[in-house]
Each structure stands twice: as C-alpha cells, then as structure tokens.
Design a protein around this ligand. Structure first.
Ligand code: GTP
Ligand code: MG
Length: 206
C-alpha cells in the first residue's frame, strides 16, 4: 500500500469515527439537568497507522493491500470509552444498540465473561452509516467500553507484557489475575458508595 492509498483508505473510517464521536458526546450530557453526573470519564480514539495495518494483515497471512485492509480489518477506526461504573457501561451499550440506524457487526462481552488472563472490557464493532452525495456506505468502528478500573488494568497489562513471552510466565499470570480481582472488588465498593450518594440526594439530604 502506498502512502496515497493509505490516506485514501482512511478517509471514510475517519468520517465514521467522527460521526460516532458526536453521538457519544450527545449521550454524555443530559438535556434535562446539569446535576446529572456524566457517565463518561474520557474517550480515546485512533485511526490505525499504515504500519499497524500492514503488520496485522501480515499476521493474518494476507498481503498489505488497500483491498485486503478494507475487506479484512474492522478496527481501522477505534474508540475507547472510559466510564466510571459498570452500570454506565451497560447503559451506554444498551443505548448504542438501540440506535436503529447502527449495525452491530460483532459483540464481545469480556465483562460478563472475562478473558482467562483477567482482561475485562466490553467490545462492540458498529457499522456506521456514512452519507455521501453519491451513496451511503457502512463503515466499521471498533468500540471498547470499560470502566476506569478495567482501563487501568488493561493499560498496565499491555505495558508490562509488551514483550509477549512474559504473558506465559506463571507468576506474572497469577499476579495479573489477582490484581484484576482486587480492582473488581474496589470497583464494586465505589459503585456501592455511589448508589448511597444517589439515594441521599434523592432523599434531599445531599
Ligand atoms: P485483535 O486481533 O487484537 O483485534 O483481537 P481480536 O480480533 O481477537 O478481538 P478482541 O475483541 O479480543 O480484542 C481487540 C482489542 O481488545 C485488542 O486489540 C486490545 O486493544 C484489546 N484487548 C483484548 N484482549 C486484551 C488483553 O488481554 N489485554 C489488553 N491489554 N488488551 C486486550
Ligand atoms: Mg480486533
């Protein structure tokens, strides 16, 4: 793939990403009250770099062409939404799935079923309609929705295991899993505190 082809390839993915970012922004504020806490802590996004696209295609045993990328990769556009609580993640997912013009291409709930290493996150690949003058096309955007605590674990795991062979070490595996459990407990604790706070507020004692 030449540089020109890469820049041509990513244009519609960038458009799809922008459109979905606007919808997430809308979901992050209430039109009824400024008192309602926002569900989203922060959002990260990226368009896959040319080199990463080529590396991933090579890993899959394919050539690194424009067509191969378009036909085989669904994470050229990626958004990571970091929420405060698991409940925020669930509500966001339900809402996105209820937006009828979006297509759910793939869903992986690693919150309900964590990966064996302890990784937790909710992944959904959405097909976003992009309306051009000539036609409408759907482009995939990979959305990872997780809590601050899940993001902390995933970022650290990625950082300390970037040399893949460390992932296999048993003591490291056990440590990561234990940390995932501890973080899960802390997250539940904070969620309990938050629920109490909401009740207090509802009782007018806040
Ligand atoms: P990829 O080929 O990497 O796209 O994986 P996949 O097609 O099997 O999809 P999956 O939904 O399992 O993972 C997609 C993305 O989730 C990855 O690119 C990572 O960003 C993230 N992810 C998945 N598993 C892990 C993990 O064990 N640790 C960390 N830190 N991130 C993970
Ligand atoms: Mg993927």
């Amino acid at each position: 793939m030449t540089n020109e082809q890469y820049y041509e390839l990513i244009v519609p993915y960038q458009d799809a990403l922008n459109l979905l970012m606007a919808r997430l922004d809308v979901l992050n504020h209430s039109i009824y009250s400024t008192d309602v806490p926002k569900p989203i802590h922060n959002i990260q996004f990226r368009i896959k770099k040319k080199q990463s696209i080529e590396n991933k295609l090579e890993r899959k045993g394919m050539n690194g062409s424009f067509t191969a990328a378009k036909e085989n990769l669904r994470d050229i556009a990626g958004i990571r939404v970091i929420c405060y609580f698991v409940r925020d993640v669930e509500q966001l997912v339900d809402n996105l799935k209820g937006q009828r013009d979006l297509i759910v291409i793939q869903e992986r709930n690693y919150i309900k079923t964590p990966k064996s290493n302890g990784y937790r996150s909710y992944h959904i690949i959405l097909g976003i309609p992009v309306y051009y003058m000539e036609r409408t096309e759907y482009y995939p955007v990979e959305v990872q929705i997780r809590t601050i605590s899940m993001d902390f674990w995933a970022s650290m795991e990625h950082r300390v295991c970037y040399k893949q062979e460390r992932r296999g070490k048993q003591e490291i595996q056990a440590m990561l899993k234990q940390y995932a459990e501890l973080l899960g407990e802390m997250e539940k604790g904070f969620e309990r505190l938050n629920n109490e706070e909401i009740e207090r507020f509802a009782d007018g004692k806040g």
